[in-house]
Design a protein around this ligand. Structure first.
Ligand code: KMH
Ligand code: ZN
Length: 270
């Protein structure tokens, strides 16, 4: 079994300081949180930028500053979001791809997202995927529903994305696929052999699905984007505290933790 890749999803676009007082918002805070997560055992950092008022932004300049600040501190894999917030245009969302990061997210379908709709038309998907391929950016396929796996497989058949595909199953978003263990198993059974996968369980689903992924040879995403609690009713003190919890569970279950360079090898980034 490969070593465990832990992704830290630090900020997201939806979470507020009212919900999580320690949410990192500025480039300085986000890069410091990334460094803490790296020291705790994370090998990928999934980044959403915020503007000076703390609102989600997809501005190239803000992502550039975050990328550079993180690179000054450590070699964690920088994975910007192309999802942004539900109200961002496709053009706004695409901006961080121009930094030619090693990875970026790519959602391969539209889904209800709480009271909103997270829009990913075929036109968006093709535009994002083609630009990523031109710049050598490995997509992490964000799957909120099983159909999104199928769309990614079709993109690979048309050589619009490379194989092996790396999937992230985002499970438990209100309005999208629930986050029960059977939902994760259904997703895993639906991907081509040779693919890699990680799971981002939303809210209370975060740690139970992490434990399943650790056991089955998948990888794990945790962080305030997905869940702000350490345990029931108790807010986490930091993103790193959630990474540390996953590391402890993995060690108890006998799964070793990947360094960023080991994660690069597992994901074919080098
Ligand atoms: N904020 C969500 C609407 C991604 O980062 O690629 C979309 C999202 C997915 O978070
Ligand atoms: Zn995200």
């Amino acid at each position: 079994m490969d070593k465990l890749i832990i992704t830290a999803a630090l900020t997201g676009a939806e979470v507020t300081r009212e919900q999580q007082p320690n949410l990192p918002l500025t480039p300085e805070e986000i890069s410091e949180a990334a460094y803490e997560c790296y020291k705790a055992g994370a090998s990928i950092v999934h980044v959403h930028a915020r503007d000076t008022e703390g609102k989600p932004t997809q501005a190239f300049s803000v992502y550039k500053e975050i990328k550079e600040r993180i690179a000054d501190k450590c070699n964690i894999i920088f994975q910007p979001s192309t999802g942004g917030a539900v109200w961002h245009t496709a053009e706004e969302r695409m901006q961080p791809i121009e930094l030619a990061p090693e990875m970026a997210t790519l959602s391969t379908g539209t889904t209800n997202f709480g009271p909103d709709v997270f829009m990913n038309t075929e036109e968006y998907i093709l535009k994002f995927a083609k630009r990523m391929k031109e710049l050598g950016v490995k997509p992490e396929i964000e799957c909120f529903e099983r159909g999104m796996i199928h769309t990614a497989i079709n993109l690979a058949k048309k050589e619009i994305i490379n194989t092996p595909i790396h999937f992230d199953f985002v499970l438990g978003v209100p309005g999208a696929c629930p986050g029960e263990v059977r939902d994760l198993l259904h997703m895993i059974e639906s991907i081509p052999s040779g693919s890699t996968w990680t799971v981002a369980g939303i809210g209370r689903h975060e740690m139970p699905l992490a434990a399943v992924a650790i056991t089955l040879g998948g990888h794990v995403r945790v962080g305030f984007e997905d869940n702000v609690y350490y345990s029931k009713g108790v807010l986490a003190q930091s993103n790193a505290q959630l990474v540390e919890k996953v590391v402890r569970i993995a060690k108890e279950l006998g799964r070793e933790i990947a360094t960023p360079d080991e994660a690069r090898t597992i994901l074919g980034l080098k």
